[in-house]
Design a protein around this ligand. Structure first.
Ligand code: NDP
Length: 330
């Protein structure tokens, strides 16, 4: 797999170009500020709402989305994935011109062909593996968030160079950039969301419900499971020192208990089956079709699932735990 760092990327190809960013949310704001601080010319395409006001306050020129699309040489679509297709069809598709570059921060819409750009534009991806606020924070501190880059469509002969320049502009090459494809980035991202996190979330909820049944105070369980941030610390140390090596920061009893029981899971084959089904639905487009139907219907199941999550007793336990820890509630 090809990796790129600061010395492998140059900003030159973007120097005299106008960079347009549609959307000024999580990624939009962070990337716009970082690119400008890297000495590049950035304008924002907005719909005249709250985030457009924020962009103006931050000193950017904010144009209508259509005008930004016409003016920008390199245009990033940093609006929610669910609205990209509509914005593309209604506003952008008629305004793109040969030689432009379209930048995505996630491969979804291109991979599932919900957006099909004309053949005479470059289509690239620069996908930070980090939430926007940290993309900005890391940059300001002299670092950066790692990212994946990919080229879906090469028209100019310089698409990868542009992607690497953008990655450098947002600070990603300071950390490290991996070259991949739109397909792999999309599948990996969706698998993480549908094949791994459901297992972690469900296991934690089962554990919470079991412990409460066994007579442990709910707020104590919430604090032990994740509220003290020990769990967050474990994940941070996995990244820093290693998945297994971080265990050395814990007691011998903890290490022995975890390692000896991890191998005893009787249903590992079932978990694999769950993962295989998740990956199959991602690869054959069933999930993407389901999600589109859900959007078209006004999100009935999504709303129901969120309501169920909000009604879970863990929320009340957490409220008490936060009072004890004197943490502000959301
Ligand atoms: P956000 O949800 O933060 O984007 C919100 C922005 O999009 C706001 O400026 C919002 O305006 C604007 N917007 C919403 N609807 C429209 C519309 N119909 N027309 C024009 N603008 C609109 O998005 P993210 O930054 O989370 O995601 C952007 C891209 O980055 C996605 O492709 C995502 O997958 C990818 N990504 C996101 C990461 C993250 O940290 N969240 C991490 C890596 C990649 P308003 O103020 O009106 O709501």
């Amino acid at each position: 797999m090809r990796a790129y760092h600061e010395d492998d990327a140059s900003l030159e190809i973007l120097r005299n170009k106008t960079l347009g960013i549609i959307g000024y949310g999580n990624q939009g704001r962070a990337q716009a500020l970082n690119l400008r601080d890297s000495g590049l010319q950035v304008l924002i395409g907005g719909i005249g709402d709250e985030s457009a006001r924020q962009a103006e306050e931050d000193g950017f020129s904010v144009l209508a989305v259509a005008e930004a699309a016409e003016r920008a040489d390199v245009l990033a679509l940093l609006i929610p994935d669910e609205v990209q297709r509509q914005v593309y069809e209604e506003v952008l598709s008629r305004r793109l011109h040969p030689g432009q570059t379209l930048v995505f921060a996630h491969g979804y819409n291109i991979h599932y062909r919900l957006i099909v750009p004309p053949a005479d534009v470059d289509v690239i991806m620069v996908a930070p593996r980090m939430i926007g606020a940290r993309v900005r924070e890391a940059y300001v501190q002299g670092g950066g968030a790692p990212a994946f880059v990919a080229v879906a469509q090469e028209a100019s002969g310089h698409a990868l160079e542009t992607a690497l320049a953008w990655a450098r502009g947002i600070g990603a090459t300071r950390a490290g950039v991996l070259e991949t494809t739109f397909a792999q980035e999309t599948e990996l991202d969706l698998f993480q969301e549908q094949g791994l996190w459901p297992l972690l979330i469900r296991t934690m909820l089962l554990s919470y419900e079991f412990l409460v049944e066994q007579g442990f105070p709910p707020e104590m369980v919430a604090l032990e499971m994740y509220g003290s941030e020990e769990a967050a610390e474990i994940f941070r140390e996995m990244a820093r020192v290693g998945f297994f090596r971080q265990m050395r920061l814990h007691s011998h009893t903890s290490q022995y208990g975890t390692l000896s029981r991890a191998g005893q899971l009787p249903f590992a084959q079932d978990l694999r089956g769950f993962m295989e089904r998740a990956m199959a639905g991602i690869r054959d487009g069933r999930f993407a079709a389901e999600w589109r139907r859900e959007q078209a219907a006004g999100y009935p199941r999504f709303k129901e699932l969120r309501a169920q999550a909000e009604a879970h007793s863990l929320n009340e336990a957490e409220r008490k735990m936060r009072q004890i820890l004197k943490l502000e509630s959301e």
